[in-house]
Design a protein around this ligand. Structure first.
Ligand SMILES: [Fe+2]
Length: 215
């Protein structure tokens, strides 16, 4: 988006500022592999996290490499798009070479009545979450939750800024196996509890993107 936006159509409605959110449907081969590789041998990460959930296991190096292979180009694209938008016309991704550093990555194994309080992620620039499995029957709970209004059970919610008449300050995501979301690590978010017995499994990553000028 250039500094002075010139509409291209006779009518347009735009949201040119605020946090950038990325969405992607992960290849099935990738999220199946992540599910297969979860193991009790992985190091526990729960002591470093705010989640009130049963288990959070750190990715080992081979898991990080697998994630970088499948998600690296997308994470770099998110970074380049965000900087282009905020660069006032002075940022050119074609003159850069990018590097991806997955600072931390971990599985989140959440069960009924567990939750993740409002928090941000530290020591990184961007964070992301991908969904690996959901409890059988949670759709019925969601149907009831929807009827009650303001559905949140087992949902991820982002918060940014303050609601005003023409500005929205939160964004809620209903998890779906295979869905992947990217967001600024400094953005507050939380995950609500649910009642359906069973595991809601996801993974999160904290990343830094480095840049080198090549042109
Ligand atoms: Fe988080």
């Amino acid at each position: 988006m250039p500094a002075r936006y010139v509409p291209q159509e006779t009518k347009e409605f735009i949201t040119p500022f605020g946090p950038l959110i990325g969405y992607y449907q992960m290849p099935e081969a990738f999220h199946r592999e992540l599910n297969n590789r979860i193991s009790s041998d992985l190091r526990d990460h729960g002591g470093n996290l705010v989640g009130k959930v049963r288990e959070e296991k750190l990715f080992d190096e081979p898991l990080k490499e697998l994630a970088a292979q499948y998600l690296g180009p997308l994470l770099i694209e998110y970074h380049a798009r965000a900087l282009t938008r905020g660069g006032f016309g002075g940022y050119n991704h074609r003159t850069k070479r990018y590097g991806l550093d997955i600072v931390d990555a971990w599985y989140v194994r959440q069960y009924e009545n567990e939750y993740n309080p409002l928090h941000i992620h530290m020591n990184c620039a961007l964070s992301c979450v991908g969904y690996l499995s959901l409890p059988d029957g949670i759709e019925e709970e969601w149907e009831q939750d929807q009827k009650a209004g303001h559905p949140t059970h087992g949902h991820l919610q982002f918060a940014h800024g303050t609601d005003t008449q023409y500005s929205v300050s939160n964004f809620t995501v209903r998890p779906k196996v295979g869905d992947f979301w990217i967001f600024p690590s400094s953005m507050f978010h939380c995950v609500y509890p649910y009642k359906t017995p069973g595991e809601r499994r996801s993974f999160s990553m904290n990343c830094m993107i480095s840049e080198e000028n090549i042109g």
